[in-house]
Write a protein that binds this ligand. Structure first.
Ligand code: FAD
Length: 472
């Protein structure tokens, strides 16, 4: 008996383990192990749990309709999942396990434990890398070290992709007939324990059918303009596919293949190349997380930044969390996150920089808060984005670079349409006041005053980083 172990790859299309397992003509069964305690330990948002569990329901139905059984077990945490898998393998007489690799430290340790226990029983494990376009150990600098600068990594990444010219994973050779979905009730019970607001569930569409439809719409309607529109949060300029890529309802290869033909189209080329570049960023942060495992324990990439003396001002932190900083674009962004489970990339950079530079609060607090709300919460991308913004990471924004919340607001939300959507106190303000309400306090009485001045931030940050460097 062959087993396909589904983790964060909840789909039938573009799934090498499934295709390979079904290629041999042997009996195949599928498994997913719920790990709610691990989700708790990793601070995973209810929104993301909801997205994953609904995607799992769809996967179970799809597999069963094509003749493959899906079993869902509850492992508790990763340690429990190893034991649950071991028992399942023994009970079902599994001789080979097929799965996609995962790269953060806890996932690696889980998989090493699985390999030790199963291989001792003569069970073969076949690992694949469908979660990325380029596997995290594939590319090295001339010195044989991992890349830590994105531009250099991307050059090699492009060469790899050009040489490989990857094609879609062939569709599985389905057995046909009706399979079983064993443990569906476990998924339904797990869903019942969640409290996820309608403002989140109305917006996101779990499952691979939705992801594939969304990809098609994005490529047909927005890809060509991606470069020009992606920085404007009021516009539907980005794909909104991060939750699907993170839960694996969409394969990164399928995303890449959908965009690749546009590289030959003079009008769409720039947009497509820029979007594919974002998929490369996704790979980059995965290889960083894999090659520098201390990041998974909360360490900054730049060791000297461990000596920064962060502020413990809890009132400032709460104001940031609740979108009450007095800076309209920052507040609109934070309210978008809490209301919808998602935040636009430009605003993730802005709010993260605001927390770590203006308020000088530890990036790890912001990282956790994002994780607790994001429908697309993804450890490697979130950690990479936070460390970039806080200037503690690989290839990070230099510490002397501080986004001005007002300038960003004028530049990327010029008419204040995005702000008006999330900050009703400013919805009727004119398009100057909406960026700087403190200039017209009588017109915006319900909106909070700024909790910190922009002036002086750059100097404070510079001296804090210098002090950390000197103390190192
Ligand atoms: P698109 O612009 O359509 O991009 C396509 C895909 O490329 C995305 O779906 C995503 O998978 C990937 N991608 C895009 N930008 C990045 C990036 N900078 N780094 C890595 N991958 C990228 N992304 C997450 O998926 N999960 C997170 O938890 C996450 N946390 C972040 C935290 C901070 C502080 C920052 C600055 C960025 C974070 N990002 C995260 C990256 C990025 O903001 C989101 O991927 C993007 O906003 C998702 O929207 P989209 O799907 O419309 O992206």
């Amino acid at each position: 008996m062959r087993l396909v172990w589904f983790r964060n790859d909840l789909r039938c299309h573009g799934h090498t383990p499934l295709t390979q397992a079904l290629a041999g003509g042997d009996a195949v069964t599928a498994l997913h192990i719920l790990c709610p305690d691990q989700w708790d330990a990793h601070g995973v948002a209810p929104a993301r749990r909801w997205f994953v569990l609904h995607s799992l329901l769809e996967l179970g139905e799809s597999l069963a309709a094509r003749g493959v059984d899906l079993h869902v077990l509850d492992g508790g945490d990763f340690d429990g999942s190893v034991t649950a898998l071991e028992h399942f393998v023994a009970e079902q007489g599994v001789t080979e396990v097929f799965c996609n690799r995962e790269y953060p430290l806890n996932e690696l340790n889980r998989d090493r434990a699985v390999a030790r226990r199963l291989e001792a029983q003569g069970v073969r494990i076949h690992g694949f890398d469908d979660g990325v376009l380029v596997p995290p150990r594939a590319l090295h600098t001339g010195k044989g070290t991992p890349y830590t600068v994105f531009t250099a990594y991307k050059k090699r990444w492009d060469v790899w992709m050009d040489d490989l010219q990857p094609e879609a994973v062939p569709a599985p050779d389905w057995p046909g007939g009706q399979g079983r979905f064993v443990g569906r009730d476990r998924v339904e019970r797990a869903l019942e324990t969640l409290s996820v607001p309608d403002s989140v569930t109305a917006l996101w569409h779990p499952g691979e059918d939705a992801a594939r439809g969304q990809l098609k719409d994005f490529v047909e309607q927005h890809l060509g303009d991606y470069k020009a529109r992606r920085d404007f949060p009021a516009e539907p300029g980005t794909s909104g596919l991060s939750a699907a890529l993170s839960a694996g309802t969409l394969a990164p290869l399928d995303a890449y293949l959908a965009a690749r033909p546009a590289l030959q189209d003079a009008k769409a080329r720039e947009g497509a190349a820029t979007w594919i570049g974002e998929l490369a960023w996704r790979d980059f942060y995965r290889q960083i997380m894999h090659r520098f495992p201390s990041l998974a324990t909360g360490a900054p990439f730049r060791p000297e930044t461990a000596l920064l003396q962060w502020s413990d001002n809890e009132e400032h932190f709460q104001a940031w969390c609740e979108g009450r900083t007095g800076y309209p674009l920052v507040d609109a962004a934070m309210r978008q996150l809490v209301q919808t489970g998602w935040m636009h990339n430009r605003l993730r950079m802005l709010t993260a920089m605001f927390l770590t530079k203006h308020l000088f609060i530890d990036w790890r607090k912001g990282e956790r808060f994002f994780m607790a709300h994001l429908v697309d919460g993804d450890f490697a991308a979130n950690n990479g984005g936070w460390q970039w913004s806080a200037s503690t990471g690989t290839d990070a924004a230099p510490y002397f670079r501080v986004f001005s919340p007002v300038r960003q607001s004028h530049r990327f939300d010029p008419q204040g349409r995005f702000i008006a959507r999330y900050v009703p106190e400013l919805a009727t303000a004119d398009d100057k006041t909406i960026h700087e309400p403190w200039k017209q306090p009588l017109m915006t009485p319900d909106y909070p005053t700024t909790i910190v001045a922009h002036q002086g931030v750059k100097q404070r940050v510079e001296s804090a980083f210098r002090a950390a460097r000197d103390a190192w």
